[in-house]
Design a protein around this ligand. Structure first.
Ligand code: HEM
Length: 509
């Protein structure tokens, strides 16, 4: 048997350590950091990091100021790299994805609230890989059709309520939540309601905790040891309560699916399929933890994002009546009177597909995607990218780049169509950047796209979206506002409009 000499092993370790230090020292002497605002002693760029408004626009401005598509900032212990072009993002997050696929640790969300066990927040490790595998095996992108009937049913429910809606965003929430609860756990209709209540409260708590700069403990991690009773340590109480919500959200629906799977009565869902695919020769408890985490991630990742995108679509229609007219002309040509669209109609409705693309480009739901973390020192364009840097891809800048999308601040689905009205393969498809990058890109993209497509096609078939009428009988101004931030998640503020029927309400029966 091979004998390991402890002295040799120690020498090797020592050599590796010295080499690493030397390589880092050499890199830092040979290569400079990317440009960026001047750093102050100790705090670095703490006061330059955008903490209000639309953070992605602030970063885009900084890149313009330093005339670079890659800039560097530091804040206390964090090194931050902003990538402002499709080229830089593709070169690093995609072509060098083995280095750029981890996530920065988050103290409030990840550690104190317990979300660090779920795949969105995991570093690039074996637990993440196992959860991603569960997700892809249970909801394969090659089998998007499996959920089409659930998507159609949820959309028809939405059509029934829209004409009488007094809170559009709330109705969209119900649409997305009912569907995603069914996809994730197979829990449907009225039975889903109590779970949805917990889920909404939990996602709200995540939105608060995930707001950049919301909790000092993310900048100064040592604060996590402050006891809850200590003056100013209210964040510890919040984290404890929000962790309880997380556990409830993770456990309750899973328990129901597990019981039904055991009884043979479960419908097809992420959790039920994954439970059936468990390897009974391996640690069952460990596999169950992975399934729970993969399921709750799917629920969390899939509901508010889809709502924000469909909300953006409705606002875009309100602001651009000519786009509605064009879409409805196409729908009326393809569908028989009184029919609602199905996924079979998709190839014949390119303008509807173009609207979905334009919604995701014009107001991307995640304008900075989700931060990645680089796990080794790297050199790019002559700059040093230090190991452990947080990487922020500026999706907004990529999707508002005038070369790829002329007149980029205008909502214009026709930009994707060729002279024959078909999708033009020469126009850059915004769907890629809208769903993130490399190995961390959105695992539910196929589900989200199908939900959006059927939502857009069905709403435009059934309704004309018009402004409210004021007390004098005049049409009110067509306007929409976006959550002013600071946030990483771009969504419309609640708004009002009228859904004027073009089809009878029982078409959705
Ligand atoms: C319009 C809707 C959606 C948008 C815009 C969106 C966008 C994103 C983005 C930007 C990421 C991070 C990518 C990165 O780090 O580079 C992500 C991750 C993820 N999304 Fe989505 N998503 C949507 C819908 C969904 C749906 C419906 C599901 C589930 C059915 C889902 C499941 C996930 C999961 C599991 C991850 C974690 C990936 C990881 O870190 O490994 N998403 N999504």
């Amino acid at each position: 048997m091979l004998q390991v000499n402890p002295i040799n092993a120690l020498s090797l370790l020592f050599f590796a350590f010295v080499f690493t230090i030397w390589a880092r020292w050499r890199n830092s002497r040979q290569y400079s950091l990317p440009p960026g605002p001047r750093k102050l002693p100790i705090v670095g760029n703490l006061f330059d990091i955008p903490s209000k408004g639309y953070i992605w626009l602030e970063y885009a401005e900084m890149c313009k100021k330093y005339n670079s598509d890659i800039i560097h900032l530091s804040a206390l212990r964090n090194s931050i790299i902003v990538l402002n072009s499709a080229q830089a993002v593709s070169d690093l997050l995609e072509k060098r994805s083995s280095l750029y696929s981890s996530r920065p640790p988050t103290v409030m969300l990840g550690e104190l609230m317990g979300w660090g066990t779920t795949s969105v927040f995991r570093p690039y490790d074996d637990v993440w890989k196992a959860q991603r595998k569960i997700f892809i095996r249970a909801i394969p992108p090659t089998d998007a059709k499996r959920f089409h009937s659930k998507q159609i049913a949820a959309t028809h429910d939405l059509l029934r309520v829209l004409a009488h809606s007094d809170d559009i965003m709330k109705d969209l929430h119900t649409w997305a939540a009912v569907f995603i609860m069914d996809v994730t756990y197979g829990i449907q209709g009225e039975e889903a309601k109590p779970f949805l209540k917990t889920a909404i409260e939990t996602l709200d708590s995540m939105a608060i905790a995930g707001t950049p700069g919301a909790f000092l403990v993310d900048q100064i991690p040592i604060l996590k040891y402050v006891p809850e009773w200590f003056p100013g340590a209210d964040f510890k109480r919040k984290a404890r309560e929000w962790n309880i919500l997380r556990i409830k959200m993770t456990e309750d629906a899973y328990r129901v699916t597990k019981e039904r799977t055991a009884a043979g009565t479960a419908t097809s869902s992420l959790a039920s399929v994954a439970l059936k695919q468990m390897d009974l020769t391996k640690d069952i408890a460990q596999q169950e933890e992975l399934i729970k985490a993969a399921s709750v991630t799917a629920y969390g990742g899939g509901s508010d994002t889809t709502v924000a995108a469909l909300g953006a679509f409705i606002l875009a229609m309100l602001m651009n009546p000519h786009v509605q007219t064009e879409a409805q002309r196409e729908l009326d040509k393809v569908l028989a009177p009184g029919d609602l669209p199905t996924f079979n109609d998709e190839p014949d409705l390119p303008y509807i597909s173009a609207i979905v693309r334009e919604v995701l480009r014009y107001q991307p739901v995640t304008p900075l995607a989700f931060p990645h973390l680089v796990t080794e020192d790297d050199i790019y364009s002559g700059y040093l990218i230090p190991k452990g840097s947080i990487i922020m891809p500026n999706v907004w800048s990529i999707l508002h780049n005038e070369e790829d999308y002329p007149d980029s601040d205008r909502f214009n689905p026709s930009r994707y169509l060729d002279a024959n009205g078909n999708i033009d393969p020469n126009v850059k498809d915004p769907i890629g950047p809208a769903f993130g990058f490399g190995r961390r890109s959105c695992a539910g993209k196929h589900i989200a796209l199908a939900s959006l497509w059927i939502g857009v096609a069905s709403i435009l078939t059934c309704y004309r979206i018009e402004p409210e009428i004021d007390e004098h009988g005049n049409l009110m101004e067509r306007k929409g506002e976006w959550y002013p931030g600071p946030t990483l998640f771009n969504h419309p503020l609640p708004f009002k409009c009228r859904f004027i029927p073009r089809c009878s309400e029982d078409a959705a029966e």
